[in-house]
Design a protein around this ligand. Sequence first.
Ligand code: AMP
Ligand code: MG
Length: 337
Amino acid sequence: MSTGEAGHTGPVLGIESTAHTASVGIVEDGARVLGLASDMYRPPAGGIHPREAANHHVELLPRLVRQALDAAHVDPAEIEAVAFAQGPGLGPCLRAGATVARMLSLAWSKPLVPVNHCVAHVEIARVLSGLEDPLLLYASGGNTQVIAYGRGRYRVLGETLDIGIGNFLDKLWIELGGTFPGGPALELEARQGSELVELPYSVHGMDVAFSGMLTAAITYHRRGVARPDLAYSVESTAYAMLTEITERALAHRRRDAVVLGGGVACNERLRTMVRTMVEERGGTMFAPPRAMCVDNGAMIAWTGRMAHRAGVSVPVESSAVEPRQRTDLVPTPWRAG
Ligand code: AMP
Ligand code: MG
């Protein structure tokens, strides 16, 4: 990784392909999104198969690059750098995005900037909120983490010990007879529910676990508990768990601001529960618009822009993806000082 001069400045193009979403964003100063083109892989049945999702990305990304450039009215010559999500994520999906980013970087002679996907969720929420140093509740398909900045890195204060909250909701919904993605469908179903059935509430310090709740919910379903009541109970329990660990992290880190990120952060109930908790403590909660909560190329471009201005870039030869990249191992020189 080099830390030389940023050189030419202009809009940054960012590519996101960590999981089911292929997305290209073009962003300039102030996180103004000039162009954003996304397409989500939707498996015909069951969950995401990494290879099939990657094939989808390979097929769609060239077109998404074109669409984003057209929407932005930007010529490749004006682009400052090409950023890509280096990890964490599904290997084949990450490689699809990274390959496109490397080719654009070579073809356009632009610096290549690796970006950590989780850090990008924090950074887009941070700039949109105007909050200086908020804590992030990142609730997505594969990730469930409470993240805060401290001593030069973003630190994971708490996280899921088994599956991500979104994967849990998706798996459950498929068991209940639905199709991927489950979160939005469960949200609608839960609005019709009112009976609370008791589910495993699994909080361990600032960590959570969902597999026990998944098993219990499937068992209730087989015993004939109505789907709306089950959805209502699952949302109540799972989101209370997330709210609790967020509150614990706020207290321990002496913070008063929370931002949300990840697809599950689209959920109204979760937003309300976290907002209520934060405001009762006299703090501030910010939930970005849904297009900026879900995986998107704009957050990669924005974070890549800050990283590049702080001197970060990698040669193509050493730009390997890192499917298990840890949030707290990624340098964030733009936050120094
Ligand atoms: P991401 O991995 O951040 O792109 O988010 C995808 C996940 O968000 C999937 O597991 C979806 O089921 C979930 N999701 C999307 N919208 C909602 C919603 N309104 N409520 C709960 N989960 C949601
Ligand atoms: Mg994500």
